[in-house]
Design a protein around this ligand. Structure first.
Ligand SMILES: Nc1nc2c(ncn2[C@@H]2O[C@H](COP(=O)(O)OP(=O)(O)OP(=O)(O)O)[C@@H](O)[C@H]2O)c(=O)[nH]1
Ligand SMILES: [Mg+2]
Length: 219
């Protein structure tokens, strides 16, 4: 199994205040979201990729934390990226539409030591599809460092839906850089070839201010 603990590049900044959120909503950066149950390891995976670090300490994400990052591509180009480290706790369910809004790729995380986090992938994925149909989605089985034997098991969720799947560990870095790099490539591809669906068109119009409060949209 390949391991990846290379640094992701420049140090990135994180924030979750309202002003940053507004700025990020309007930015032209790639938007990558991490989804999955509470304590699956979303925050730790981002920490591992962006900060090349891991502190085995649990502080559940409150609502969302946004990380600004500059992705240096192999060809030398620099692409601004925002990572949305979302909160898995149910009390934040009402925020989910903002997570999905204009996202270009998703990392769907479960914890190999807790079956329920695997079972719930279906719920996360269905909701994601409602808002971002066809968005590139990478499924990652996290915490394999706890017992590497788990990598011989098969987890069919991803194969059934034809999604890329990786065993990862935020703790020791296994496959983390590899997954993130593939996700960024897929996000860029999605941004350059956006879907032509109804929901995205309406959202784009709203963003441009072309729909006032009184207007109705004909379906
Ligand atoms: N052994 C091990 N523990 C991990 C790994 N990734 C995360 N953890 C631990 O799992 C706990 C939860 O990790 P977080 O990254 O905070 O989980 P989260 O998905 O962001 O959770 P929410 O913010 O509540 O949605 C922490 O105590 C981490 O140290 C891993 O790869 N291996
Ligand atoms: Mg978190």
């Amino acid at each position: 199994m390949a391991t990846g603990t290379d640094p992701a590049g420049d140090a990135s900044t994180s924030s979750n205040d309202g002003a940053t959120l507004e700025k990020v909503m309007k930015s032209n950066a790639l938007k990558v979201i991490l989804l999955g149950d509470a304590a699956a390891g979303k925050s730790k995976l981002i920490e591992r990729f962006l900060l090349e670090g891991y502190v085995p300490h649990r502080l559940s994400t409150y609502a969302v934390t946004i990380y600004n990052h500059v992705w240096k591509k192999a060809d030398g180009d620099e692409v601004p990226v925002v990572f949305w480290d979302t909160a898995g706790q149910e009390k934040f369910n009402k925020l989910h539409p903002s997570y999905y809004y204009q996202a270009h790729a998703c990392i769907l995380v479960f914890d190999v030591t807790r079956k329920l986090t695997y079972k719930n992938l279906d719920r996360w994925y269905k909701e994601l599809q409602e808002y971002c149909e066809g968005i590139p989605t990478f499924v990652v089985a996290n915490k394999i460092d706890i017992d590497y034997k788990v990598t011989s098991k098969s987890f069919n969720f991803a194969t059934k839906r034809n999604l890329p799947f990786f065993f990862v560990s935020a703790s020791d870095g296994t496959n983390v850089v590899k997954v993130f790099n593939q996700v960024l490539e897929a996000a860029l591809e999605r941004k350059e070839n956006p879907p032509d669906d109804y929901y995205s068109q309406v959202m784009d119009l709203l963003q441009e201010g072309e729909l006032s409060g009184k207007e109705t949209v004909q379906v």
